[in-house]
Design a protein around this ligand. Structure first.
Ligand SMILES: [Zn+2]
Length: 253
């Protein structure tokens, strides 16, 4: 038998497999193809971004988080921005958080294109607030995000949960309710995902200089086997079988 014909005949579901096997294999395939934004969302909330309950979950979590961190009414940011800024600066003062310009930590911002940074070691946040441009309202949102991080300073929480809290407390979740298809890509992929990626990069920077795949400390959730084992309770035998068959189909072995 030639190599080609053995590849096309490679069994996806080997003979003798019981009735449940196809659905288990389908689930394993889904987990291997799941996007990292979807994995991150599921790791934090237990829900995938396309879950129909997700928009309401974000709205509900925002209420809880704004109360938890004593944030002013969210609509004031647009309606009374200078009052909003005054309240946020007062909060910063109370938590002894220093507010500095991004130019004072140029090295970091040259490396990472993020809107702001909170450094827990020095209780300092680096942001830009431009009163004279249309970005002012947005800048206040960045300051608020960083002040949530300041309030999380001594809390034993994962990076992932910290970023989820800081973004969801501030974000326009009504927009996500109207555009739920953007929750995965925008909220978990672009915002939370990007910030979490920077955190992992920074904690690895003393040990790794190479690409992302070589990080010493990796996010446990960006791995299909994490969900297969912990959430789906799929056996290692079935996972191994899927991997073996996938390689056969691809003609790698
Ligand atoms: Zn953040």
């Amino acid at each position: 038998m030639s190599v080609e014909s053995s590849i096309t005949k490679a069994p996806i579901f080997p003979e003798g497999s019981n009735e449940e096997k196809p659905s288990i294999m389908k689930l394993i395939k889904f987990r291997f193809k799941q996007s990292s934004a979807s994995r991150l969302a599921e790791y934090i909330t237990g829900m995938r971004p396309d879950d129909s309950r997700m928009p309401d979950r974000l709205i509900e979590d925002q209420k809880i988080l704004r109360a938890k961190y004593h944030l002013p009414p969210r609509e004031w940011r647009r309606d009374f921005p200078s009052e909003y800024e005054r309240i946020l600066r007062k909060m910063a003062k109370e938590s002894k958080t220093i507010i500095r310009s991004k130019a004072e930590y140029e090295k970091f911002f040259q490396k990472h294109s993020v809107a702001g940074l909170y450094d827990g070691a020095t209780n300092t946040t680096y942001i830009e607030i431009d009163h004279n441009t249309s970005s002012y309202i947005n800048d206040l949102g960045v300051l608020e995000h960083e002040l949530v991080h300041a309030a999380q300073r001594d809390k034993n929480m994962t990076f992932e949960l910290k970023e989820y809290e800081a973004y969801v407390a501030v974000s326009n979740n009504e927009y996500f309710k109207e555009n739920p298809e953007e929750i995965g890509f925008v909220l978990f992929g672009y915002f939370i995902g990007k910030s979490v990626e920077v955190e992992y990069f920074e904690i690895n920077k003393h040990t790794t200089s190479g690409p992302k795949s070589e990080l010493t400390i990796k996010p446990i959730w960006n791995d299909p086997q994490y969900f297969l084992k912990n959430i789906d309770k799929v056996s290692q035998v079935d996972i191994d079988e899927y991997i073996k068959n996938k390689k056969l189909v691809k003609g790698k072995i």
